[in-house]
Every structure is written in structure tokens, then in C-alpha cells.
Design a protein around this ligand. Sequence first.
Ligand code: ADP
Ligand code: TYD
Length: 202
Amino acid sequence: MAGRFITLEGIDGAGKSTHLAWLVEYLRAQGKTVIQTREPGGTPLSERLRELLLSEPMHLETEALLMFAARREHLERVIWPALERGEWVVCDRFTDASFAYQGGGRGLADEKLALLERWVQGDFAPDLTLLFDLPIELAAQRMQGAARALDRFERETLDFHARVRAAYLARAAAHPARIRIIDASCSIEEIQKQLEEIISSV
Ligand code: ADP
Ligand code: TYD
């Protein structure tokens, strides 16, 4: 059986981390070998870039370039080798996040992001992307309840998160076969049901 590359996306506080853990266990229970990873991050170097990206103020283009630099390393050392071994890779965020955050949120032109995308990954794309969608106010409420320090992106304004959400939805409209929208305002049990149905069709 060939491996699959599944990514989870959504605004901060949408519930990705909560459901990623469940999804990985669900796939393992079906006998699949699954690697759980995240972006920015997933290799020692990319995790160091993540620390900088989440804490250090920087120019918008520097931010985009570092996101893609971390991604190049992650693809080469983790994602592509695992897929070649026939394993499944479940990744917390990938290139759609660059279009949503650096593009929608910060206003970097889509053409520049598309250029980086092509340079770093060619035609490679996830087999399936789960987009956790919910109103920004609800996501903000959930983050406040989470009781941990917020990073540089999570501290952004509601307007910023509204632009990120809109960019994600535009991306889903442009790639309807790959990106499936999950109604993340539902209960955890209802979301798991939505995920089971979608995964059974991959
Ligand atoms: P993300 O990784 O997308 O930022 P998390 O998974 O960390 O989001 O979820 C943010 C907070 O919301 C956590 O405290 C989590 O327990 C809670 N949460 C996640 N999904 C739901 C849900 N469907 N209903 C209610 N609370 C949720
Ligand atoms: P996130 O994945 O939400 O981790 P956690 O759930 O532990 O907070 O944090 C990563 C942040 O990085 C998130 O706010 C979005 C941002 N990001 C980008 O801006 N561009 C990207 O290309 C990626 C992968 C992430």
C-alpha cells in the first residue's frame, strides 16, 4: 500500500492539535505506519527555525523565506523518505498556511508565494488537507481557555485572523478535490465523525 500525505490547517485555536492526535491513533489502529510531524518544524534545524519564527519580529519576506527554508529541510529529511517507504505522514500545517498567514494575514503577494512553492516542492502537494474552519471569535475564546503562553501569530489581532480564515477558504475553493472543510465549531465527537467519513474515502 502506498503512503499518504495528510495535512491539517486552520486558524489558531481551531482544534488541529486536539484532532491530530486522535487521527494518528485512528490510522495506527487500522494498521498503518504513521509519522506525526508539524510545520514549521519536524527536523532539528526546522525546529530551531520555528523557535525564531514564533518569537522574533522580522520582515514579512524574511518570515516567508524562513517558512519555506524550514519546509525544504522537512521535505528532504522526513516527508519524502517516509512516503517512499510507503508510510503515512500526518502534518500539522504545510504550504496552505503560508498562503493563509504570510499571504492573507500579512499581505505578501500570492505570486511570490507561488514562486517559493514551486521552487521548494515542485508539483508535490498533500493527498488530503483537512481545513478546520470556525468563526474567529470562537477560536479566540478557545485559545484563552487553553492556559498557555501565546506565540507571535496567536497574539495577532482579530482582523489578522479574519484575513487568515478568508485566505484559507479561498484556497479551499481553488482546490476543492484536495482541501476538505471541517466544521470545527462542532463538538469533538461530531468532528471525529466527520474525520472518519473523510478518511475512509482517501
Ligand atoms: P489548534 O491546534 O488548532 O490551535 P487546539 O487543538 O490547541 O487548537 O485547541 C484549542 C483549544 O480548544 C484547546 O483547549 C482544546 O481543548 C479546545 N478544543 C478543541 N476542539 C474543540 C471542540 N470541538 N470543542 C470545544 N473545545 C475544543
Ligand atoms: P501552530 O502550528 O498553531 O502550533 P501550536 O498549535 O503549537 O501553536 O503554530 C505555528 C504558527 O506558525 C501558526 O500560528 C501559523 C504559523 N505559520 C505560518 O505563518 N506560515 C506557515 O507556513 C506555517 C507552516 C505556519
